[in-house]
Design a protein around this ligand. Structure first.
Ligand code: DLZ
Length: 507
């Protein structure tokens, strides 16, 4: 019987060396813009535009290499809903009898894929995704028997494995981690360098039109779309960042400044997650800048830790813990997500900035995500499922394997300590230390409670009081609870009354 294979490429598998493409150099390729994928959450308009445009460019790239590509665009005469429907359509039309696909990033899709042989009546070959530095077995082996899984130790394994920033068996510079040197506030008047923008070409303009027509009511705007949509553009953006931003990335990694969404950040997350950039190659290019004397160790290590350590750890953990992971709710938080997470209309200047950047660019940097919007969600007791959905919707780089452990685990501590050893809770003082937002805020950051006080201040203490039974015994929270015990009664009462009033009106 003749073998007639078809390769399916997903929207975040835009890599020429993908295992499915390498498995058969001649087989035709199927790519499809699908209603189900574009609407399983209400993605930010720019996220859909980026994925569709990058997919269309990748299809052109494959065609230029001589591949046959069947591309099903969104809004065609017959809109296809899901992957299985798209494959069935091609099987019927072209007589394919075998599907080759690289494993998906998301658990829900892997479940679906495992049903395809029965559903479609063809052979389905699911290959590993070799674009990660650690494969599933390696992570499972590392995690096996450990009471606690901590990124820092996995990161060290990855450093040893790749030789990145190593001096023989020792970490370069004598330390594994320079996080304590990554926390400077931007000096007054300091302007970060301008960033590269990629104006929409004809393909992207067509996509923007499709997105506006079909998803124009989703969160965000398309006006400022400037994402790299090809591997060449993504590399150009990386090179620009290496030249102009990397040297100061370390110092200002945690800083926030009004009106400046990007600061010194790499903006490579979306490109890496779509497959336009290879994570190991990015890390090696960053490391080379240190060896060439062009960037300090705290900057280079800070970046490599995010990609080699954090990103790989999070991915391993997602596959180890799903599907139950998403259902945990350690603090039993159930408050509805306030509308301002979508509109940005709030008097809290830090939240307005973070959500404004998110709406404009489908981007906010890690401290805005963790210590502003995430911190607020934690302190206000917002339901993890609603918060998870929001993060998955609004960020161009968000796929569940990376978004869920970051939001659910790190920002919300909803997993009770699988990802982190303590909640990342902070009062307004932290935001004031790391940003210029509080100076222009309606609320007063120095005031602990009352109508004019910064809500982060009283929500912080109210959170600690509410969850003493769960957090009081955590050694890393000892200092917090010792301070709480020293708090005068009138302050404690004031904090609780202000929190109650604020949370009531959030409804
Ligand atoms: C996120 C996304 C969107 C919005 N649209 C598509 C699409 O139309 N076609 C496609 O192949 N992939 C899309 N994706 C990415 C998939 O959701 C992604 O591949 C899975 O979530 C696995 O990570």
């Amino acid at each position: 019987m003749a073998d007639k294979p078809l390769i399916l490429i997903l929207g975040d598998q835009l890599t020429p060396t993908l295992t499915s493409l390498a498995a058969d150099k001649d087989a035709p390729v199927l790519m499809a813009e699908l209603a189900d994928e574009a609407s399983y959450v209400r993605h930010h308009q720019q996220k859909i535009a980026l994925i569709f445009s990058a997919m269309r460019h990748f299809a052109e790239h494959l065609r230029a290499q001589g591949r046959t590509v069947f591309y099903l665009p969104y809004g065609a005469e017959k809109q296809i809903n899901g992957f299985a429907e798209a494959i069935a359509h091609m099987v019927k039309r072209e007589g394919f009898d075998r599907l080759i696909v690289t494993e998906p990033g998301e658990w829900r899709l892997m479940q679906d894929m495992q049903n395809w042989p029965d559903k479609l009546g063809i052979e389905v070959e699911i290959l590993p995704d070799s674009r990660f530095i650690a494969d599933h077995t390696e992570f499972e082996r590392w995690a096996d028997g450990k009471k606690q899984l901590r990124m820092e130790f996995f990161y060290r394994e990855m450093r040893r494995k790749t030789g990145l920033l190593m001096d023989g068996d020792e970490p370069l510079g004598g330390q594994w981690n320079y996080d304590s040197e990554n926390r400077k506030k931007l000096p007054k008047g300091h302007m970060p360098p301008p960033r590269l923008h990629f104006p929409p070409d004809e393909i992207t303009q067509n996509v923007l039109h499709v997105v506006k027509t079909h998803f124009g009511n989703n969160v965000g705007t398309l006006d400022k779309f400037a994402w790299p949509v090809t591997a060449a553009q993504a590399q150009e953006q990386l090179a620009h960042w290496l030249d102009f931003c990397l040297p100061q990335f370390g110092d200002y990694q945690d800083a926030m400044k009004s009106g400046e969404a990007f600061l010194y950040h790499g903006l490579v997350g979306a490109s890496i997650n779509l497959g336009l950039l290879d994570p190991l190659s990015v890390c090696r290019q960053v490391e080379a800048r240190y060896h060439d004397g062009q960037a300090p160790l705290n900057a280079v290590e800070g970046f490599i830790r995010q990609v080699l350590g954090w990103r790989e750890f999070i991915r391993g953990l997602y596959w180890l813990k799903m599907p139950d992971y998403a259902d945990s709710n350690y603090f039993e938080h159930d408050r509805k997500l306030p509308d301002f997470y979508y509109s940005g209309e709030t008097d809290m200047a830090c939240m307005r900035e973070a959500i404004g950047a998110t709406r404009d660019h489908a981007y906010a940097h890690h401290i805005q995500r963790l210590m502003v919007t995430g911190n607020f969600a934690l302190l206000a007791g917002l339901a993890p499922s609603a918060v998870n959905q929001w993060y998955l919707e609004v960020y161009a780089d968000a796929f569940e394997w990376v978004q869920l452990p970051n939001t659910h685990g790190m920002a919300l501590f909803a997993d009770g300590g699988v990802v982190g050893s303590k909640p990342y809770a902070a009062s307004g003082a932290y935001i004031n230390r790391m940003s210029d937002h509080c100076a222009d805020c309606t609320y007063k950051v120095k005031q602990p409670y009352g109508d004019e006080a910064c809500p982060f201040n009283y929500l912080y203490w109210d959170f600690m009081i509410r969850h003493r039974d769960k957090l009081g015994g955590n050694p890393r929270m000892g200092m917090v609870y010792r301070n709480l015990d020293k708090m005068p009664d009138d302050k404690r009462d004031g904090v609780q009354a202000s929190a109650k009033k604020f949370l009531e009106q959030l409804k």
